[in-house]
Design a protein around this ligand. Structure first.
Ligand SMILES: Nc1ncnc2c1ncn2[C@@H]1O[C@H](COP(=O)(O)OP(=O)(O)OP(=O)(O)O)[C@@H](O)[C@H]1O
Ligand SMILES: CC(C)(COP(=O)(O)O)[C@@H](O)C(=O)NCCC(=O)NCCS
Ligand SMILES: [Mg+2]
Length: 176
């Protein structure tokens, strides 16, 4: 069975990686699918995010990384996937995710959404939290795959919080 794990992944966190690893044990193939979303101003371009997710998942043979436009169910059908994989952290996720799952069901009755509960240690973790910490000069080493931490520090003009402490010139939004 093929599962699509769609999302923004701006950037990928250890919470996402945990869902990908657990998904890869449940499904024959997990396709991590990054939405090209013109409505969001991302920190990383889609190309950068694809590269980052690929770097973080090299140890998983049945994981593929791709970008897509348009409706997720259309992309799932194109890839012959039967499942949309999503993660649940809290009630706030549940409300949005349930609405999304029901909407997708009206668009394609063939595709099921499967939710994995967050692992306890990542229940607080989001891409937004990572960006907020990095933006104010904190360490994100324990929150993202080690291969991509340097990318994030670079965006905020510091190599590592201990190497180059917070300055007043940290940009609030990087140009993409
Ligand atoms: N720590 C986590 N544990 C479990 N699932 C997660 C975790 N972080 C994100 N997810 C799930 O991954 C999917 C993609 O989420 P998304 O790309 O929006 O990440 P995010 O961390 O929520 O980022 P943002 O802060 O930009 O919303 C969603 O199903 C989301 O619930
Ligand atoms: C990309 C995503 C899964 C949300 O990802 P996110 O959790 O990273 O914000 C969702 O916005 C989506 O599926 N967008 C594509 C458009 C679509 O299919 N909309 C109908 C479902 S609400
Ligand atoms: Mg989110």
């Amino acid at each position: 069975m093929i599962a699509i794990y769609p999302g923004s992944f701006d950037p990928i966190t250890l919470g996402h990686l945990d869902i990908i690893e657990r998904g890869s044990r449940l499904f024959d193939l997990v396709i991590v699918a990054v939405l090209r979303n013109p409505q969001k101003i991302p920190l990383f371009t889609v190309q950068e995010r694809l590269r980052q997710i690929r770097l973080a998942t090299t140890h998983l043979a049945n994981v593929e990384v791709d970008g897509f436009d348009g409706l997720t169910v259309n992309y799932a059908q194109k890839r012959q996937a039967q499942v949309l994989l999503r993660g649940l952290r809290a009630i706030s996720d549940f409300e949005v995710e349930l609405q999304m799952a029901h909407t997708n069901k009206t668009l394609s009755t063939q595709i099921e959404t499967v939710f994995l509960a967050t692992s306890n240690e990542y229940s607080f973790l989001s891409s937004s939290v990572v960006k907020e910490i990095a933006r104010f000069g904190g360490s994100i080493d324990h929150l993202v795959p080690q291969q991509i931490a340097p990318d994030i520090y670079k965006c905020y003009n510091h190599t590592h919080p201990t190497a180059n402490p917070i300055t007043e010139n940290i940009p609030h939004q990087r140009e993409v």
